[in-house]
Design a protein around this ligand. Structure first.
Ligand SMILES: [Zn+2]
Length: 278
């Protein structure tokens, strides 16, 4: 069934588990993620991000994501991840996404605040939830995770959620997007401080490549939503290589891809503790 972030994250926060956002830029990923969530009876979040649209046009993939969510046996949020422009966010709203992230974190603080507040007002009038970001989760390729002056502070987090009314908040505590060059060091102390100062569910971006302990610790200390994408791409890539090695055809390789991605998602669901929470 199609639900929004509030329907899954409030319970996750209360019961100390995390719900995964697995971006699904094509129907192979979509099938894999929904099957994994159904097999483990877990709520799940699917979606795509603005930077991923060149790999799967929004108008083309949105209907299949929504259809998959509606017929699923478990709660599924269809989330527009890292919305960067007003027009694309509104397009996602019109297409029927149940949740959007407005990411103004690269801009000035005041501008981020004003734009996010406006987006919240519009999205809420559609019953759509909004995730915002304060501090900046950058790119692993440029080692942005090492820049601790971009980490979120509890004062910033509190002021931001009060001013914008976001339903979930992405924070920067030492993760980055993509493949890490060196093992990331997460600032759990900072996470606990932020958790203690606001009620809004917290989101960890840049989850691919973290250790099992990193997931367990961050979920224990207050993360309610974890974003995963790179790991799914790596699982799909391994399946493609395996298919070539085994001399499989296109369709058999496609099925192997679904299988590998599904295993990767199931592994994350178990780590986040959301199995049997649907
Ligand atoms: Zn992200």
């Amino acid at each position: 069934m199609l639900v929004n972030l509030n329907d899954v994250l409030k319970q996750a926060q209360k019961e100390h588990y995390g719900v995964g956002l697995f971006n699904t830029t094509d129907s192979d990923m979509l099938e894999a993620v929904i099957a994994a969530a159904e097999e483990l009876n877990s709520p799940v979040i699917i979606g795509t991000a603005e930077v991923l649209l060149p790999y799967g046009e929004l108008k083309l993939i949105a209907p299949s994501m929504l259809a998959a969510a509606k017929r699923a046996k478990v709660p599924v949020v269809v989330h527009y991840d890292h919305g960067l422009t007003f027009d694309r966010c509104i397009e996602a709203l019109k297409l029927g996404f149940s949740s959007i992230m407005f990411d103004g974190s690269a801009g000035e603080y005041e501008e981020n605040l004003a734009k996010t507040r406006e987006m919240v007002k519009i999205a809420h009038s559609f019953g759509v939830t909004v995730e915002g970001e304060i501090g900046h989760v950058g790119q692993a390729s440029s080692e942005d995770n090492l820049l601790s002056d971009m980490y979120t502070t509890k004062e910033e987090a509190k002021a931001y959620v009060e001013a914008t009314g976001v339903d979930a908040l992405a924070i920067a505590i030492g993760t980055a997007h993509g493949v890490y060059k060196t093992k990331p060091q997460l600032n759990l102390e900072r996470l606990r401080e932020i958790r203690a100062s606001i009620d809004t569910p917290l989101v960890l971006h840049g989850g691919s490549g973290l250790s099992d302990d990193d997931f367990k610790n961050t979920v224990r200390d207050g993360i309610a939503k974890v974003n995963i994408f790179t790991d799914l791409c790596l699982a799909g890539q391994r399946a493609t290589e395996e298919g070539l090695k085994r001399g499989l055809g296109y369709l058999e390789t496609r099925n192997l891809k679904v299988e590998f991605i599904k295993e990767s998602v199931k592994n994350k669901i178990m780590l986040f503790g959301s199995a049997n929470k649907a």
